[in-house]
Design a protein around this ligand. Structure first.
Ligand SMILES: *[C@@H]1O[C@H](CO)[C@@H](O)[C@H](O)[C@H]1NC(C)=O
Ligand SMILES: *[C@@H]1O[C@H](CO)[C@@H](O)[C@H](O)[C@H]1NC(C)=O
Ligand SMILES: *[C@@H]1O[C@H](CO)[C@@H](O)[C@H](O)[C@H]1NC(C)=O
Ligand SMILES: *[C@@H]1O[C@H](CO)[C@@H](O)[C@H](O)[C@H]1NC(C)=O
Ligand SMILES: CC(=O)N[C@H]1CO[C@H](CO)[C@@H](O)[C@@H]1O
Length: 575
């Protein structure tokens, strides 16, 4: 069975070793405990590597490197405190093991965060030690034989079972639960809190005490008295007594944008700074608490619904920002209904979080972009796990029927095909992973094989040295894209028109190369899998041009009153 957990890469800091035991709190996509072994192992190897490399970069002792790492972490979410506690517990062992020249793989096997199950291959990131593995491991075990820390990692309950940490784990759990908006009613889905699925994900609420005020609705009474659709346009022009909303927005064909997507759509991103010892500083982790409470997604910067201006080198804006620029009445009308690990097969589990009232709201442009998980899994044999064209057809039809009964008339739905993920291996396999740059010892080929061995790869099919497998994965992806295209050309719905677009990575790569970039720069460096911000922005650009050229009515009209709106309402209340 596919589970949403699979696209979560273990993040690289101590606290995640703690957090993986919080999975049972039911929040987000933390790796579930049944499969936590692989994630605990990666987490450990990443962290121990960082300590090792900090020691090297600063020519300092192991103890000082660990303290340095903790000092970089923010106080929020108990990150710093947890880090110091973990150092207190595991620090002495790690120090002893490093002194005996053991690398991160050996350290993590010795501390039993990594385990080699009987009959299973040995999973390691770095080149194996010169002496035989069993001999080295035995030597390492002797070194920490009497370590009290070991009893904890052995208990299998994770480090939250440590007496010191139990309380902190409990507090983190509570603080997460308290701030998650468990909301059901449509109007309650909007929030004025940024993370935890708040306004980084969909338009900011403008009146918490009024359930009938939310982005995307048709104005109530032309918003003469209050801003019922949160677009910042309301009140009456004192000069002529006409409500501004009527004056500026009537007939302007307002619309919102809604993304039904996966981790790529939500913009899954682990900043390389977090794991690159040579660049690590106090600044590196400032964004960590936000990222953690956002499932390591950055929808606020995504290609479809992003509203913050991109930090990447290019200037293209998200589809939402373009819609807003085209018609300021669209202000705040975006929803990112995306989830790490989402696919055609599990979308039904969360599509209900889409909020659109057929009678009260404006039409929407819905982008369906499940671009990988139907062919991607971490399974040892990924082929049987892949969605078949038949299964895709039936689930997508269900989704479309759901949309037809929830979207206001005159909406548009765009189905995106799947990219050909072979570019991952082709452009990355012999390049160094951020963890391997310092000592030139870990390429993406090594990194991928480590993930595959642990069965936690986000996409074994494409992130594999096996060319046959990569080709088969691409063939299936192509069949699925064809199925989507067939649906788009053959099916009709009452409340929306349906279109299909290829996810043309080739075209994006060429565009990037024209601007002087290299193809490998388009992939998230830490996970070696997700398309990065540049791709998302170029894709949005591609989408926009295609619409303007072929189906301009999808985008609605250009609003001639935009300058007046700016004049009267300024930034319309921000996002
Ligand atoms: C690293 O530190 C040690 C001990 O403090 C010193 O002897 C050595 O010269 C230093 N190496 C470098 C490259 O600075
Ligand atoms: C929020 O909604 C309430 C209830 O409709 C209304 O009385 C109040 O004026 C609204 N506030 C703003 C700032 O629009
Ligand atoms: C929906 O919109 C289309 C196109 O604007 C129109 O032809 C059709 O009559 C509308 N359907 C309903 C049920 O309002
Ligand atoms: C490569 O993958 C194919 C398809 O899964 C499989 O049949 C084959 O055994 C694999 N080859 C190797 C060398 O693992
Ligand atoms: C605010 C928001 O958009 N929340 C939803 C976004 O999508 C996820 C996953 O589907 C839902 O769980 C959220 O409720």
């Amino acid at each position: 069975m596919k589970s949403p957990r699979k696209l979560i890469m273990a993040a690289p800091v101590f606290f995640l070793l703690t957090l993986h035991t919080l999975a049972s709190s039911g929040y987000g996509n933390w790796p579930d405990t049944r499969h936590s072994n692989g994630h605990a192992c990666i987490g450990c190897v990443l962290v121990v590597s960082m300590i090792e490399q900090l020691t090297q970069v600063h020519n300092s002792t192991v103890q000082i490197s660990m303290e340095r790492l903790c000092s970089y972490l923010p106080e929020k979410l108990f990150l710093k405190t947890t880090c110091y506690l973990v150092v207190h517990i595991f620090g002495p062992d790690i120090t002893k093991l490093f002194r005996a020249d053991m690398n991160a793989d050996v350290v993590c096997h010795t501390l039993e965060f990594c385990k080699q199950d009987p009959g299973q291959p040995l999973c390691h990131l770095y080149p194996l030690p010169k002496e035989a593995w069993t001999f080295t491991l035995e030597k390492a075990r002797q070194i920490v034989k009497k370590s009290p820390a070991l009893t904890y990692s052995r208990s299998g309950a994770g480090i939250c079972s440590l007496p010191f940490l139990a309380k902190i784990c409990q507090k983190i759990k509570l603080s997460i639960q308290k701030s998650v908006p468990f909301k059901d009613a449509d109007s309650d889905k909007y929030s004025d809190f940024p993370t935890l699925r708040g306004f980084y994900w969909r338009g900011r609420d403008c009146n918490d005490s009024n359930k009938m005020a939310y982005p995307g609705r048709r104005p109530d009474n032309w918003d003469s008295y209050q801003d019922s659709n949160c677009n910042g346009i309301w009140g009456v022009d004192p000069k002529d007594g006409i409500p501004y909303e009527k004056k500026f927005c009537e007939g302007s064909q307002p619309r919102g944008v809604i993304l039904l997507g996966d981790s790529a759509g939500a913009h899954f991103h682990i900043p390389p700074d977090w794991i690159t010892a040579s660049q690590m500083s106090l600044k590196s982790f400032l964004n960590l608490p936000i990222a953690l409470t956002n499932e390591l997604d950055w929808p606020q910067l995504s290609g479809t619904t992003g509203f913050l201006y991109s930090t990447s080198r290019i200037k293209e804006n998200s589809i939402y920002l373009r819609l807003r620029k085209r018609n300021h009445c669209n202000h705040r009308d975006y929803q990112n209904i995306s989830k790490n690990g989402a696919s055609s097969q599990n979308l039904e589990r969360f599509i209900e979080s889409l909020s659109r009232n057929q009678l009260l709201d404006y039409p929407a442009i819905v982008i369906y972009a499940m671009i990988g998980n139907d062919v991607c899994s971490g399974n040892i044999d990924p082929l049987p796990e892949m969605t078949t064209p038949e299964k895709l057809y039936s689930k997508v039809m269900q989704t479309l029927q759901y949309l037809d009964s929830h979207l206001p008339n005159d909406s548009h739905v765009i189905l995106y095909g799947l990219p050909d993920g072979r570019f991952l291996w082709d452009h990355l396999h012999d390049r160094y992973h951020p963890l391997g740059q310092l000592n030139k010892d870990v390429t993406y080929a090594h990194f991928y094989s480590f993930l595959n061995c642990l069965q936690v790869s986000p996409c074994h099919g494409w992130m594999s040295s096996n060319k046959t497998l990569r080709t088969l994965t691409s063939e299936r992806a192509e069949q699925l894209s064809k199925t989507l295209k067939k649906i788009a050309t053959s099916q009709k719905f009452t409340n929306f028109a349906l279109f299909y677009l290829d996810f043309d990575f080739q075209e994006i790569t060429e565009e990037w190369q024209r601007r002087g970039g290299q193809p490998w720069q388009l992939i998230e460096p830490v996970d070696g899998f997700h398309p990065n911000e540049v791709v998302l922005q170029l894709l949005a650009d591609h989408f926009w041009k295609k619409m303007q050229h072929q189906w301009p009515h999808v985008l609605g009209k250009e609003n001639p009153f935009n300058p007046q709106i700016e004049q009267v309402f300024g930034d319309q209340g921000g996002h």
